[in-house]
Design a protein around this ligand. Structure first.
Ligand SMILES: [Zn+2]
Ligand SMILES: [Zn+2]
Ligand SMILES: [Zn+2]
Ligand SMILES: [Zn+2]
Length: 409
């Protein structure tokens, strides 16, 4: 059981406070910090996407970090309400971007802890979101990007207190709330009036499902127990529409410092995918043309150092560092939030702290087109309650700050 617990712990992203308790780690590092150097860098964990080993390897009882597909809801029953799961502008259900399993040790209530990011796939909504994200003082702003935090103690109604074995024998202990037949993401609260079997999170998903085939299938369902088809992807036990979700990946975390070493040894193995390198680690020429669009010198400088840091591992989709001193790596110096623009926790009113940021590389893996009307961003920085507080709401809304590319004329 102890070894099981140890393996569960190895799944978690350990906050820095915890690591400092580890003597070996501390000794190793204090040396490093003394010998180096000019600029102190927090330890950042980088997230990379990989195709899942099998469709069942990312189910909720295995506590995955994942991108695309459907969320693995940590609390499978008390899902976000209709108001919190829709875009504040177009009113449509948000699409699952990614989730990060990031438990905080030393606290019973955060034995399991997962952060979820959703967004509206409409770039029009994201552009409107830009004007709202700093307006929390004027009331609750409308958002097209939402972050939820869910946490559970070790002893809880949904999971074993023993870590999963990850050998294919782990089983779900309980079923969750019924989900929408179209998106597989949100609670299916609305029933199809005719078959009384198909469930939907929204009228919109009911309509698209109807048009994409439920119309001809609905009457057969009334008489039989056959499953509801939508010609989509099977994720776990659920079939969801390919149109309603982004492609599914596992997120694998690695220390950023490992990549620095590789680089200094002249090993460029981390530069694997040339398409990504071309798009996101701009060549000198391309970078110059991007830089020419920035009016402020501060932006040029910021962009150059951002690119340099990213070039250590150009395929990173996530940068994680939950440390009081940690800051996002901003591509541009304009359009960053000041401290005053980060709201307090909506539950305990305590301060939020930066926890991770999402890189635009993810859009490449999602196959999002690279044209002006397509979804695009420079970075999405996620801030969460520094106390990771408790409240009766299972999915607590946290705060995202989105930095976009400057509008080109
Ligand atoms: Zn929208
Ligand atoms: Zn839905
Ligand atoms: Zn029906
Ligand atoms: Zn709080």
């Amino acid at each position: 059981m102890d070894s099981n617990l140890a393996s569960l712990k190895s799944l978690t992203i350990t906050p820095l406070e915890e690591k400092e308790k580890d003597e070996e780690f501390q000794i190793e590092n204090s040396d490093e910090f003394d010998e180096e150097e000019d600029e102190e860098e927090e330890e950042v964990q980088l997230g990379f996407v990989e195709k899942p080993r099998n469709p069942r390897s990312l189910l909720r009882h295995l506590f995955p970090s994942k991108a695309g597909g459907i969320p693995a809801w940590l609390d499978p029953v008390n899902l976000p309400s209709e108001k919190s799961r829709t875009c504040g502008f177009c009113g449509e259900p948000l699409q699952f971007l990614l989730q990060v399993y990031a438990s905080i040790q030393g606290k019973e209530s955060t034995f399991h802890r997962t952060l979820y990011v959703f967004m509206c796939p409409s770039m029009t909504c994201l552009l409107r979101d830009q004007h709202e994200q700093w307006r929390y003082k004027q009331g609750t702003p409308s958002r097209s990007v939402k972050v939820f935090r869910c946490q559970l103690p070790r002893y809880n109604p949904y999971y074993s207190d023993v870590a999963p074995k990850l050998d294919g024998t782990d089983r779900l202990l309980s079923s969750g709330a019924p989900l929408c037949c179209w998106c597989g993401t949100w609670k299916g609260e609305k029933l199809c009036g005719s078959c009384k079997k198909a469930r939907y999170c929204s009228e919109k998903h009911q309509i698209v499902h109807w048009k994409s085939g439920h119309k001809s299938e609905c009457h057969k369902l009334t008489a039989s127990d056959s499953p509801i088809a939508n010609n989509g992807n099977i994720i776990g036990d659920i079939t969801v529409s390919e149109i309603a979700t982004w492609p599914e990946y596992e997120i694998v975390m690695e220390e950023e410092c490992g990549f620095e070493l590789e680089k200094s040894e002249g090993n460029s193995s981390s530069v694997g995918n040339s398409a990504i390198v071309t798009k996101y680690s701009k060549t000198d020429e391309a970078m110059q043309s991007v830089m020419d669009q920035f009016e402020a010198d501060a932006d040029k400088k910021s962009w150059a150092s951002f690119q340099e840091r990213i070039s250590r591992a150009p395929e990173q989709v996530l940068r994680y560092c939950r440390d009081a001193m940690a800051k996002p790596l901003w591509p541009l110096s304009s359009g960053r939030p000041s401290k005053a623009e980060i709201p307090p926790c909506g539950y305990c009113k305590g301060p939020l702290c930066y926890e991770f940021q999402i890189m635009p590389q993810l859009l490449y893996y999602f196959g999002v087109k690279n044209d002006t009307s397509s979804l695009d961003w420079e970075t999405i920085a996620v801030y969460t309650c520094s106390a990771s507080c408790e409240s009766s709401i299972s999915y607590k809304e946290e705060f995202a700050w989105v930095q976009l590319y400057p509008a080109t004329s």
